[in-house]
Write a protein that binds this ligand. Structure first.
Ligand SMILES: [Zn+2]
Length: 351
């Protein structure tokens, strides 16, 4: 496992602190580097336990109010929502849309990839994070994977697929109504390409898959390991790309075409546990992306992996959590130590 290195370096910042009678104080900074991508995350020990300063708790009353206001104009709420949503050409999808249980997939009206679909998740307009039932999530992922298969079968150039979600407006969602987004494209996104390339280089150097080695290390260290649901392994990210980043790794699934119904259920079960705990932590929003190796090739260097983060909570006039540090420097702050997050999650997974 010589290839996995959890690099940390420390810096110190000194100043006279007005909240401590202008005494000279020192704050320790812990700078972590992601073992695959080199992405940096900074933990200021002065902020430990004070995430509230930058991440105030969800204002549930305000969230309910926004839910009621946006429901009036929501195009996914009415029973005849199909009238308001686009459909795929018949030669590709004879029904125009795909449905499975409570989930229904149709094209995005303003796509950002050759095949960019939206999945409507159930009839309910607003859900708190403790109200995403396993079956609802499983229906969403079932229809997503069905689409990925059909899309690649119809147009084999669509080799790069991702399963994504923005939930609520601080996370970039233009709709409150719960939905997933699937993008199938002939080219990978910037981050997708980066991790594919880094994993290919790692495989050339070590003749092993980075994700297999990472899981072995994390399991042995038992600091950020959360647990498993079937084939899915859940860990807290060492150098997170967002607030409370959790990574899900499927060591036995290189790409989405290899997923089974059981894999879908296991992902839904784990996600439901994560969302329930996040709700208990007074969080209300999320983004996720699940990456796959290219659909048409054997990729021993890669396997399916999901990144899952919180975004700023729903409060009036919320402040974005992306500023120059994230958006232009591509770094991240750590407000909740990954090891502490993993400990809480581990308890939730084992209960
Ligand atoms: Zn709605």
């Amino acid at each position: 496992m010589a290839g996995i290195e959890f690099k940390v370096h420390h810096q110190q910042s000194r100043f006279h602190n007005p909240f401590q009678d202008m005494q000279l104080t020192t704050q320790d900074l812990e700078v972590r580097t992601d073992p695959l991508t080199g992405h940096q995350s900074v933990l200021n020990t002065g902020l430990e336990g004070k995430a509230q300063i930058l991440f105030p708790d969800t204002d549930h009353e305000y969230l309910e109010q926004r839910g009621q206001e946006t429901a009036r104009t929501c195009f996914l709420c009415p029973e005849d929502w199909k009238k308001n949503t686009p459909a795929y050409p018949e030669e590709f999808l004879p029904q125009g849309r795909l449905e499975h249980g409570q989930a229904a997939l149709f094209p995005n009206l303003f796509p950002i990839g050759a095949y960019h679909s939206v999945i409507r998740l159930g009839d309910k307009h607003l859900r708190k994070l403790n109200n995403f039932p396993v079956q609802l999530l499983a229906d969403g992922f079932s229809v997503a994977l069905d689409f990925v298969r059909k899309c690649h079968g119809y147009d084999p150039e669509m080799r790069y697929a991702t399963l994504n979600a923005n939930y609520l407006f601080p996370a970039g969602a233009s709709l409150v109504h719960p939905h997933f987004q699937i993008i199938n494209s002939p080219t990978p996104s910037t981050h997708h390409e980066l991790i594919l390339q880094k994993c290919a280089r790692y495989h050339e150097q070590h003749n092993t898959c980075f994700w297999d080695d990472l899981l072995q290390q994390e399991k042995a260290r038992d600091e950020r390991w959360i647990g498993t649901t079937g084939n899915a392994c859940w860990i807290a990210a060492f150098a997170p790309m967002g607030y409370n980043e959790i990574q899900v790794v499927w060591p036995d699934r290189q790409n989405f075409l290899q997923w089974t119904h059981q894999d879908v259920k296991d992902l839904a079960r784990g996600l439901n546990q994560v969302f329930n705990l996040w709700h208990e932590m007074n969080l209300s929003t999320f983004n996720f992306t699940c990456f796959s190796a290219p659909l048409d090739q054997d990729s021993p260097h890669f396997c399916c992996v999901m990144r899952l983060v919180n975004r700023q909570n729903v409060i009036p006039h919320h402040r974005t959590d992306d500023y120059f540090f994230q958006k232009l420097m591509q770094n991240e702050l750590i407000l909740n130590r990954p090891e502490n997050l993993a400990r809480k999650m581990r308890e939730a997974f084992s209960s």
